[in-house]
Design a protein around this ligand. Structure first.
Ligand code: UD1
Length: 427
């Protein structure tokens, strides 16, 4: 298995291109199932999860072609076309490897009137149920059965009737599935307490470009008036606000100065506010966002929350940044249980972090020392990279396939701003 080796202590300086957003890509790709015309997505990140989703689309009868892509370019253009669906089943083998496969449920149900998707099961960051996905679809008229580890959803008469659903807790994935199911309904579908993440705005904008009628985009109430059919479109995937925030943390911990090219400040205000709280200079530039730091980070207090709150996907990276802070920082994780798996690994590098239930107290130490560490999930892995960039000596990050799921050519981007980082291929 590949390993990433970092010799810490280099100040990051320069420009970092920000890729298309993984989480937006994973909800835009299944939109191709909603029409028999081609959907062309630009600025798709080159990531293992995006490739995996392409394979899932192929299994369902949707062709995918990649155009004009040179290996040295970031991002790709993919055209997906589901002229006719040949299957409505997302099998266990695929869903188990990629949780986001559950996002084909809504579009298959909308287009074919039925869908069978393997239950994703637990995952490393805690028990992640899909009950809200199913309840929203039921509220729109779907009949749902669970058998042999699969969810089977059917729209009586081949088409969802419409209805109203209020989410008891905000869920990104369930909102996405419900919106994709609703766009081809016979009637009107209303979602209350819907997630408002920028990736959901991206999804809605793409669906509108395909002919959907959606009101309330970017708010917690989405009203979707079903249409008889959708058409093809060309759509550019938004910039990855989590990737941008991750590199911002790397800039702060190395007392660097980077420009996050392509990042949009309006989509990551809570992250930028936290960077400023830590003492960083953050400013919008023509091309993106500049983050610069001199001296050690000041202590921060962060609590994760649905958008526009502080993203749970940024918690591990900020925690790494706080390990070299001037005092005690306080973190509260409210979205997922068991999302502190990076803590024991960071401890191997000399961090002082105490976890009690959902809170973690990080006391800044004077230095981190490089160590062999193990990546446990995507964002946890990035926290180890961030700590490694500032640690004395060598850090070896193992199990880097987690990083490949969500960071496009991480080591190249960091090398270009002065990091001493390399990937050692297992061959
Ligand atoms: C998405 C993101 C993930 C991010 C998360 C929260 C993708 C591919 N993944 O995950 O990176 O960390 O949003 O911003 O976009 N819940 C239920 N029942 C459900 C669904 C969710 O109880 O049916 C709970 C979850 O256990 C969790 C909370 O709701 O406690 C939020 O989860 P959700 O927003 O659904 O996360 P994902 O869509 O899985």
């Amino acid at each position: 298995m590949d390993q990433i080796v970092i010799r810490g202590g280099q100040r990051l300086k320069g420009r970092i291109p920000i890729s298309g957003a993984k989480n937006a890509a994973l909800t835009l790709l299944p939109c191709a199932l909603l029409t028999d015309e081609p959907l062309t997505l630009r600025n798709l990140p080159r990531l293992a999860d995006v490739d995996g989703f392409g394979h899932l689309l192929n299994q369902l009868g949707c062709s995918t072609t990649i155009e004009g892509s040179r290996p040295e370019d970031f991002g790709r253009v993919m055209t997906a076309r589901a002229t006719t669906l040949t299957s409505t089943v997302a099998p266990y083998d695929i869903v188990r490897k990629m949780r986001a496969s559950i996002l084909v449920l809504g579009p298959l149900l909308a287009r074919a009137g039925e869908a069978t998707v393997s239950l994703p099961g637990g995952c490393a960051i805690g028990n992640r149920p899909i009950d809200l996905h199913l309840k929203a679809l039921e509220a729109f008229g779907a009949e749902i059965e669970l058998a042999s580890g699969y969810v089977k959803a059917v729209a009586p008469g081949g088409r969802l009737a419409g209805g109203k659903f209020t989410f008891p807790v905000v869920s990104v994935g369930a909102t996405e599935n419900a919106v994709m199911a609703a766009v081809l309904a016979k009637g009107t579908c209303v979602l209350e307490n819907a997630a408002r993440e920028p990736e959901i705005v991206d999804l809605c904008n793409c669906l509108v470009a395909m002919g959907a009628h959606i009101e309330g985009i970017g708010t917690e109430t989405l009203t979707i008036e079903g249409v008889d059919r959708l058409h093809g479109a060309t759509y550019r995937v938004m910039a990855d606000r989590i990737e941008a925030g991750s590199y911002a943390c790397a800039a702060v911990i190395t007392e660097g100065d980077v420009e996050l090219v392509g990042a949009k400040a309006s989509e990551m205000e809570a992250t930028l506010a936290a960077l400023r709280e830590a003492g960083a200079t953050v400013e919008e530039t023509k091309a993106g966002i500049r983050v610069a730091m001199s001296g050690r980070a000041q202590p921060i207090t962060l609590s994760t929350a649905p958008y526009p709150g502080f993203a749970t996907d940024m918690q591990a990276q900020f925690m790494a940044m706080a390990t070299l802070g001037t005092g005690a920082s306080l973190f509260t994780e409210t979205i997922f249980e068991n999302r502190y798996m990076h803590v024991p690994e960071l401890a191997r590098m000399g961090c002082d972090i105490q976890v009690k239930g959902r809170t973690a107290v990080v006391r800044g130490v004077d230095k981190l020392i490089g160590a062999p560490v193990m990546a446990t999930d995507l964002r946890a892995s990035m926290s180890l990279i961030i700590a490694g960039l500032a640690a004395e000596g060598q850090t070896e990050v193992n199990r880097v396939y987690h990083l490949d799921r969500g960071y496009e050519r991480l080591e190249e981007k960091l090398q270009a701003v002065g990091a001493d980082i390399e990937r050692i291929s297992a061959g």
